[in-house]
Write a protein that binds this ligand. Structure first.
Ligand code: DX5
Ligand code: ZN
Length: 224
């Protein structure tokens, strides 16, 4: 099943509840929340207080993408604030197994993220521990960047490994997903589509979400 997870990074933070509501009316079923610390990535965003406010504004699951160093220090606070899904970057976790267990022990779905330069093989020992794998299709830090096509073979590879090993994780993609790229990510195996600029960049988030989902669902018919 294809799900659209609009990234609020490109929304108007002064009208966050309204923007999320419009995207939901357009078919979004997950809200993607980008947490940046100015160390792991060269940008700063939000922390648990905004997650807590969002929790009151929507019933959709909050998918918190942690682009922060020392994520273990903050996982309890994000869950307490209302995060339902938490993903951490393979590149910052010295004890990835421990961190993924920590997320699960707190009752959230656990995801692992890989940057464009990180091979899928780095995840081989944790694929049975995660609920989802997030493949970055831009270098993390900013919305509105150009899609990097090397992410496609990683999604295909993850889908192959999942079948071969009989695993259940879902495949999420993040970065540069828009009307001109959505079909290829879906054909490559992406099931949860993060989109910031394409939903909130300009125009009505409801119409934007509807168009993107329609293109995604059409592409599932062309999966090989
Ligand atoms: C980038 C973030 C993304 C970002 C995607 O570091 O993780 O979630 O908001 O934005 P778009 O869809 O505009 O590339
Ligand atoms: Zn993200």
């Amino acid at each position: 099943m294809i799900e659209l997870a609009p990234s609020i990074l490109s929304a108007d933070f002064a009208h966050l509840a309204d923007h999320v509501k419009r995207a939901t009316e357009g078919g979004a079923t997950v809200v993607h929340v980008d947490i940046m610390d100015g160390h792991f990535v060269p940008n700063l965003t939000i922390g648990p207080p905004v997650v807590r406010s969002l929790r009151k504004a929507t019933n959709l699951p909050l998918d918190c993408h942690l682009m922060i160093e020392n994520p273990d220090d903050f996982i309890p606070a994000f869950v307490e604030a209302g995060a339902n899904w938490i993903s951490v970057h393979q590149e910052v976790c010295r004890h990835l197994d421990r961190t993924l267990h920590l997320i699960r022990e707190h009752g959230a779905l656990a995801g692992v993220v890989i940057n464009p330069a990180t091979p899928v093989e780095m995840l081989s020992e944790v694929l049975d521990l995660v609920d989802y794998v997030l493949v970055m299709s831009v270098n993390p830090g900013f919305g509105g960047q150009k899609f990097l096509p090397n992410s496609l073979h990683k999604m295909r590879r993850l889908a192959e490994i999942r079948t071969r090993r009989g695993l259940n994780f879902r495949i999420e993609v993040d970065g540069g997903v828009a009307l001109d790229t959505v079909a290829e990510v879906v054909r490559a195996g992406a099931e949860i589509l993060v989109a910031g600029n394409a939903v909130f960049g300009s125009g009505d988030p409801k119409t934007n979400a509807e168009r993107l989902l329609k293109a995604a669902v059409e592409a599932t018919l062309q999966r090989v």
